[in-house]
Design a protein around this ligand. Structure first.
Ligand SMILES: [Ca+2]
Ligand SMILES: [Ca+2]
Ligand SMILES: [Ca+2]
Length: 553
């Protein structure tokens, strides 16, 4: 059992002792009620149930081991009322679990703990079977789950609105000789407001059918699946022997039958998808039903293999639109398509009726010159009906979205100080790196100093930057591009320049792409801003605490 479960056990027993003492001293039920409502989050009378294979106490139990009240998860579910919590202690549970009770929270031993650093089935509550959600507001947090030789890990039925699948490790669904459709997480026939966040999904495979990590179906559905969030999941090793391998597969209502009126509104954000192998095809994000306004941002996709390529190339695609009349309303930005020129970064099926274009700007295509062969670069392929300019000139979140934009004739100079380094955030505000020390006005060493001169064209110049507090120096080796644009302080007040830099720490020096963005808001430079980011470092944008930036064009 891990330390968190120990904490849960001691918290529960401490709470129980307090309640017993309070009741014994005053013998007033009102005191107990007051204590309960003050100490327990949620509904005053929500119960907590404890599950452990070695349970030996009366239900609902008070902790793990012999203090638990149920030996199976299903027994606890059967005894639960809406609003209850079920704590499943570390151990193995070979059972299918069906959840018809609304507002139930199932906590595994790792509830609340991110999957990073955890190992499948080690110090985990490990379910071998399918968990089926058929009531609203159910949370599944902090489990390991496997289901070899079966089709589904977690099945969310139509009634499972507001389900939250979080911090779960799903490893091993189906198998290389399993003949059914396999999927780790399956939203069946239109549940709404479902969150699938922060899970690790590995090893989904089968023979004759398509297999995927997260599947929103079905093609014949008449019920839309609304407001779905798929965020921060790590998906890898998906295999179909003879058909499609999917990371995220959406085809709710995709059938041409008049009764199939389902569609999906979904945000797919900051997921990593790696190593899909399909005997027929490999689609990392298959938007194969109607997905009006779909947002696909901040995902990193790599290693897609179609084992049966045609003369036109592999049917291996990072983001794919098929049977999707709303493709022209899609936003596909800030993704990394590290799939080589053999595969597509974004593709729209040529048979889709309509004349729109996918907003496919600001993606990294694996090449500083952008996508190919329709695009100008040697990066991942792109189809027609995708607007891919400008693209990122280096992987997100370092790259600048100036690929394909002509450099600007002009000169940008600057020198001065800004406060010390910041954590890195994605464009949507998600934390991407741990924060450095917070800057303190009392310690001038926490300032970072910079100096640069960049001119164009061709783009040349130099840059030196020194974060004294964190001991990071950045020195440009080359300048690739300079773009001067309109900024918050007026026309031609914003400049972006990119290149390659030495990033120097006491532990060693690395060569990394860099992006610097500055605003020239007047003289002296008290309103000017500076930002710099490399693969391993980021600071800003920050307003200068000394110095000046000047943009001339
Ligand atoms: Ca629905
Ligand atoms: Ca193929
Ligand atoms: Ca200035």
């Amino acid at each position: 059992m891990n330390s968190r479960s120990d904490n849960q056990c001691s918290c529960a027993s401490t709470l129980r002792r307090r309640l017993i003492r309070a009741g014994a001293k005053r013998s007033f039920l009102s005191v107990v009620m007051l204590s309960l409502s003050a100490l327990l989050a949620g509904p005053a009378w929500a119960a907590t149930h404890w599950v452990d294979a070695t349970a030996a106490s009366a239900s609902p139990g008070t902790g793990c081991g012999i203090n638990a009240g149920y030996t199976t998860i299903q027994a606890a579910v059967n005894a639960a009322s809406p609003g209850d919590t079920i704590n499943v202690c570390a151990g193995a549970y070979a059972e299918n679990v069906s959840i018809p009770v609304a507002s139930l929270t199932l906590n595994g031993a790792q509830a609340g703990n991110p999957v990073a650093g955890r190992t499948f089935a080690v110090a985990e509550s490990t379910v071998t079977g399918t968990i089926t959600i058929q009531a609203a507001n159910v949370t599944i947090d902090g489990f390991s789950l496997t289901n070899p030789g079966q089709s589904t890990g977690i099945l969310i039925k139509t009634a499972g609105n507001n389900a939250s699948i979080i911090n779960d490790i799903i490893n091993g669904i189906g198998g290389v000789s399993f003949s059914g459709n396999t999927q780790a997480i399956y939203l069946e026939n239109g549940p709404d407001n479902v969150s699938v966040v922060g899970n690790r999904i590995q090893g989904v495979e089968g023979v004759l059918t398509s297999n995927g990590a997260i599947f929103i179906g079905d093609s014949t559905a008449s019920n839309p699946s609304l407001n779905i969030l798929i965020e921060g999941n790590s998906i890898s090793d998906i295999h179909s022997v003879s058909r499609g391998a999917y990371g995220i597969h959406i085809n709710n209502g995709a059938s041409t039958a008049p009764s199939a009126t389902g569609f999906t509104t979904v945000t797919i954000r900051n997921n990593t998808i790696d190593n899909l192998i399909g005997g027929g095809w490999a689609h990392a994000i298959g938007l194969e039903g109607d997905t009006p306004g779909v947002l696909v941002v901040g995902n990193s996709i790599s290693n897609l293999v179609d084992l049966t390529p045609t003369i036109l190339g592999q049917d291996a695609i990072a983001v794919w639109f098929e049977d999707n009349p709303s493709f022209g309303t899609a936003t596909v930005n800030d993704n990394n398509f590290d799939v080589t020129i053999a595969a597509y970064g974004i593709a729209v099926h040529p048979a889709i009726v309509g004349t729109g274009t996918v907003d496919g700007t600001c993606n990294w295509w694996g090449d500083a010159n952008g996508p190919g062969p329709v695009g100008p670069g040697l990066g991942a392929r792109v189809s027609a009906r995708v607007n891919f300019t400008p693209w990122l000139t280096a992987p997100a979140p370092v790259g600048a979205c100036i690929g394909g934009v002509p450099s600007t004739a002009g000169k940008v100079t600057g020198g001065g100080q800004i406060p010390g380094s910041d954590p890195i955030f994605s464009p949507l505000g998600d934390l991407l790196s741990v924060p450095a020390l917070l800057p303190s006005l009392a310690n001038p060493n926490e300032k970072a100093t910079f100096g640069f001169v960049v001119r164009c064209c061709p783009a040349t110049g130099n840059l030196e930057y020194n974060d004294h507090e964190t001991g990071v120096r950045i020195k440009a080796q080359s300048i690739d591009a300079l773009v001067i644009s309109n900024g918050g302080c007026g026309p031609n007040t914003h400049a972006t320049f990119t290149g390659t830099a030495s990033v120097i720490r006491s532990t060693g020096t690395t060569t990394e792409p860099f992006t610097v963005e500055v605003d020239d808001c007047g003289e002296p430079g008290t309103a000017d801003t500076f930002s710099i980011r490399t693969t391993t470092y980021s600071n800003g944008p920050r307003t200068l605490v000394g110095g000046n930036i000047q943009i001339h064009r």
